[in-house]
Design a protein around this ligand. Structure first.
Ligand code: NDP
Length: 348
């Protein structure tokens, strides 16, 4: 328990209804199912107690609400914060206070691949970096193993064989149950998947970015179609930033609200909220309302229309956003006319 925790000694009892409505989808050709909506802890999970700017109690409320709604998967990385590591420390604290009895009901992921510590061993894809980083992540979260360990981004210098053998070793040594790739191109994914299969640790999942405003995985910008590759190699996908960091919601339709991610100006900045984006999202919002959904809900249903996409990996700054996301699952289907209308809006 932390010194300042108002829920000290309050035993957390998750909702008994937590598995009643969530949809679980199988990741590729694996035995593992993930919730169609998963929660990422990149933003809003760096508690002040661990040097960050966020509220531990809000982080606790969001994890509890998510789990109560059947969200069994929480996604982290070594560098989430800021400062790097603080999201894992926050998660570790909440795990020990609330979720320890439910460890076997949870899929917890972490990653390494971006800059984490000084010197030549704190970044990219060497065996030295990946395994040391994973040990650090386990320590910060108070875990014996993570469920999924990702290589966070391809390394242009380290041989792919070395990186994949480090992932395989993470599993063989009991530090991880499954491995994943993030931000790999279709060709890199094919090669990595073949290597991992030879090693006997098939790649479970790919974590690319995908939203109505970012369709690279469909191959529209060249560089191959990742969704086809994933279908061919039998991997699932969990797509990050499906709401384009909040742009695909009604949050910015009337300006940039105080406290929103765009107002903070780190990864989403006021200059990203252009007139052209708002013109487009206003039209998309009208389509969503006709479907009886919020724009965020329609944006999530839209990425989940591919069978290869196991889960939409959202972020949230408050519990109502988690409620809103999960509600998307009650209407996932699109009529051909709706899809056509959306295509037209996105093409302009
Ligand atoms: P989203 O696109 O879902 O954006 C989340 C943000 O959108 C929230 O923080 C909130 O912003 C706003 N929002 C969410 N729901 C609503 C709603 N219903 N109505 C209005 N606004 C809403 O995803 P993220 O960009 O946060 O990424 C999700 C996860 O993906 C990360 O936590 C991380 O786990 C993973 N990720 C992985 C990367 C990789 O390289 N592998 C890179 C980036 C992310 P606000 O603060 O304004 O309320």
């Amino acid at each position: 328990m932390t010194q300042n925790s108002p829920v000290q000694d309050a035993d957390y009892q998750p909702a008994s209804t937590r598995y009643d409505t969530m949809t679980y989808r199988r990741s590729g050709h694996s035995g593992l199912k993930l919730p169609a909506i998963s929660l990422g802890l990149w933003h809003n999970f760096a508690a002040r107690e661990f040097g960050g700017q966020d509220s531990l109690e809000n982080a606790r409320a969001m994890l509890r609400r998510a789990f109560d709604l059947g969200i069994t998967h929480f996604d982290l990385a070594n560098n989430y914060g800021p400062p790097p590591g603080s999201a894992e420390l926050t998660f570790g604290q909440l795990l020990s206070e609330d979720f320890r009895p439910y460890r076997d009901e949870l899929i917890i992921s972490s990653k390494a691949g971006y800059d984490m510590w000084q010197g030549p061993y704190g970044n990219w894809g060497s065996r030295k970096y990946l395994l040391s980083s994973l040990d650090q992540s386990l320590k910060r979260m108070g875990l014996e193993y993570v469920d999924i360990f990702y290589h966070h981004r391809p390394d242009p210098e380290t041989p792919l064989e070395e990186t994949m053998s480090a992932l395989d070793h993470a599993v063989r040594s009991g530090r991880a149950l499954y491995v994943g790739l993030s931000n790999y191109t279709p060709e890199q994914t094919r090669q990595a998947s073949a290597l991992l299969r030879q090693l006997g640790t098939p790649a479970l999942i790919h974590q690319p970015s995908y939203s109505m405003l970012n369709r690279r995985v469909e191959g529209l910008l060249g560089g191959g179609n990742l969704l086809e590759t994933l279908r061919d190699v039998g991997m699932g996908a969990i797509v990050f930033s499906p709401l384009q960091q909040g742009l695909l919601s009604d949050r910015y339709l009337k300006g940039i609200p105080e406290g929103s991610r765009a107002s903070g100006g780190r990864f989403l900045r006021p200059e990203h909220v252009t007139d052209a984006v708002i013109a487009r999202t206003t039209k998309l919002n009208a389509v969503a309302l006709e479907r009886g959904q919020t724009l965020a809900q329609m944006a999530l249903a839209w990425v989940l229309r591919w069978p290869q996409i196991t889960s939409a990996l959202i972020g949230a700054s408050r519990i109502e956003q988690i409620d809103d996301a999960v509600e998307a699952l009650s209407k996932l289907d699109f009529s051909p006319q709706e899809l056509e209308e959306i295509e037209k809006i996105l093409a302009n």
